[in-house]
Design a protein around this ligand. Structure first.
Ligand SMILES: *Cc1c(COP(=O)(O)O)cnc(C)c1O
Length: 232
């Protein structure tokens, strides 16, 4: 059985190769270890193997593992669905909140960060596959939300995030990644105040190399690092 150390090395290699293939340097792509359902000792093992950013989905789990020192020395991102009443546990604690998709969240995060005397880096999540019931703004809603975030002093938009539909068809996945990259480039060209488009977060265990080739600057990888999650 592969160890976390073996897995981290293999994923880092594949990330570096995909970056080079897409005309960039390995350090231009950030590897986020999606660590949900893995306990603190396993996260420290990943850290010792070279992981320097963790991404968590669940607020409760993040709070517990943070208290145990799971993320020490590393960056911490929130990547899951966030309810406005849980913002206080995440804003000012995480380096980046990747999953912001409503005006209410932008305002609440901005208020909380401002109260702490901080500015919170965020990504806007886009529902690029237009899947009903899924998180993320639709492409036609993006501009309005960026306008709101641009005027909110407690937040700083750093880019876009997407979780494209699960598909067995690599060509179809590539179509969604390409669409996200185009949206990212078009949005950057609009040059909103207080918004820097420098992060495009897309790609998971099954397709992160594909996502990097389409222009991702950040990938979120869980299973390929930690092995399968056992849902109970
Ligand atoms: C769990 C998760 C990932 C990683 O998924 P894997 O397929 O295990 O690599 C990436 N992004 C988000 C938002 C996740 O919840």
């Amino acid at each position: 059985m592969n160890t976390i150390l073996d897995n981290v090395k293999a994923v880092q290699d594949a990330v570096a190769q995909a970056a080079l293939r897409s005309g960039r340097q390995p350090e231009d792509v950030t590897l986020v270890a999606a660590s949900k359902m893995n306990d603190t000792p396993r996260l420290r093992e990943a850290y010792n193997a070279g992981i320097r950013v963790f991404g968590e989905n669940r607020v409760q789990e993040l709070v517990e593992k943070n208290a145990q020192g799971a993320y020490e020395g590393a960056g911490l991102h929130f990547i899951g669905h966030l309810q406005t009443n849980k913002v206080k546990f995440v804003a000012g604690v995480c380096d980046l909140i990747q999953s912001v998709d409503s005006e209410a969240l932008v305002r609440q995060i901005g208020r909380r960060a401002a109260a702490l005397g901080k500015v919170q880096d965020i990504l806007i999540e886009v529902n690029i596959g237009r899947e009903p019931g899924k998180s993320g703004v639709l492409t036609e809603e993006l501009e309005a939300l960026l306008g709101i975030a641009s005027g909110e002093p407690g937040v700083h938009v750093r880019g876009l995030m997407a979780i494209p539909p699960v598909t067995e068809n690599p060509a179809l996945s590539r179509k969604f990644f390409d669409a996200m990259h185009q949206l990212y480039v078009d949005t950057a060209a609009k040059k909103y105040d207080n918004i820097d488009m420098c992060v495009l977060s897309m790609g998971m265990s099954a397709d992160y190399a594909e996502a990097i080739c389409a222009g991702a600057t950040m990938v979120r990888v869980g299973t390929a690092i930690f092995g399968s999650r056992h849902y109970v």
